[in-house]
Design a protein around this ligand. Sequence first.
Ligand SMILES: *[C@@H]1O[C@H](CO)[C@@H](O)[C@H](O)[C@H]1NC(C)=O
Ligand SMILES: *[C@@H]1O[C@H](CO)[C@@H](O)[C@H](O)[C@H]1NC(C)=O
Length: 460
Amino acid sequence: MKTFSTFAALAAATSVLAAPSPTGGLTPRASSSIVPITTKGNAFFQGDKRFYIRGVDYQPGGSSKLVDPIADAGTCARDIAEFKKLGINTVRVYTVDNTADHDACMSALADAGIYLVLDVNTPLYSLNRATPHNSYNEVYLQNIFATIDAFANYPNTLAFFSGNEVINDDKTTSAAPYVKAVTRDMRQYIGSRNYRKIPVGYSAADVNSNRLEMAEYMNCGPDDERSDFFAFNDYSWCDPSSFQISGWDQKVKNFTNYGIPLFLSEYGCNTNTRKFEEVAALYNTEMTSVYSGGLVYEYSEEGSKYGLVKIDSPTSVTELPDFLALKSALAAQADPAGTGGYNATGGASGCPAQSPNWDVSGDALPAIPAGAAKLMKSGAGKGAGLSGKGSQNAGGTSTGTASAGSGSVTAVATGSASSSTSTSSGSAKSAGTQLQPMDRAPLFLGLFVAGMSFVGATLL
Ligand SMILES: *[C@@H]1O[C@H](CO)[C@@H](O)[C@H](O)[C@H]1NC(C)=O
Ligand SMILES: *[C@@H]1O[C@H](CO)[C@@H](O)[C@H](O)[C@H]1NC(C)=O
């Protein structure tokens, strides 16, 4: 629904410079004991406990008045008070200024038990669905890696979205290899920089004709190219409705064997009065074997009647009727007992066949641009923030097809990124300095290479 791919008038988003350390990025000011989220099979976990996203999409100002919502401690505090009333555990932010200081807001969110799902793209630094090859370049990747640096050390960074609605119809499916390459590169960067294994995945548009293909595609092929999760936007449940009438029963059926966590990155049809009746289905065992919750679109009213609150001033908001409706719906539906019937094994999907709805053949991906590959070792350095020249025609593009396993983590940064200057509890941080053997695995490349080399040529 909301896309940030068009150029938007940029707010005067000046920023505090936060200098990342050479090997590790920011040190969290972690006063909270919030437990980082992990994935297992097709589910998220908070320690041993299954974790369901109970969230809202959070970008006051929207794309037309772009402001980083988690760079201002005052407005964060105003909104976190509302998040607590709603009873949510996650917010999604579409765009941040990767040069700003997020310590105060991230820490306040953590104290409230709230995680962040973050889109790494900005209007100026993103893939262009019309020219995916040109826009997949080293200037772009440098900026999104800098965003990873800025957030990787916060324990409540739940996940990164590598892209949002890049593919929005059948014709644009040919951009999918680039979306998948960006996802691969982000995962490799996280591993190479020795960060916690923060899940990376894509947020797909509400398009029936290629949703399943997109999901399968992002989870097919060699392990280094598969996502950690998949999410899609869905506005098909319009109250009054039901599990069957909305077609959500089919969306469970279609994804029954999907082997990575799945959730709704936007939901909340507003055709009629919203009662959020879908909440009772989403956190119920009829869905939890396949889905891990979702994010309601959206926190603030931006002129299209999706808002839960109206923002009145930097210190006050008015709760709209939808606020109470969502609050009641969430409170009435607890998470299922136990682990909600999740699939503990999980695994890869098959790659979808080329068809009129799916204009991709095989699973060959563009190779990472050479200038971006170097950043795995050196680190990304300073980001461009919300200004900068933009990346879409910046040059430094991919020059070939990736070999299988090329996105696996081989160059792990040495030296501890974050052990010296923390202001509090040091114990949790050692996790970030351990190697992650699973990420380094695929040495048996021959198996894949044989299968891939002949499909690669047609792609680029
Ligand atoms: C389920 O998958 C089929 C086959 O890909 C597709 O035609 C159908 O639209 C999907 N249904 C839903 C509700 O996504
Ligand atoms: C779990 O997911 C895998 C991968 O998709 C699938 O092969 C397997 O059948 C699933 N297991 C169950 C019990 O659904």
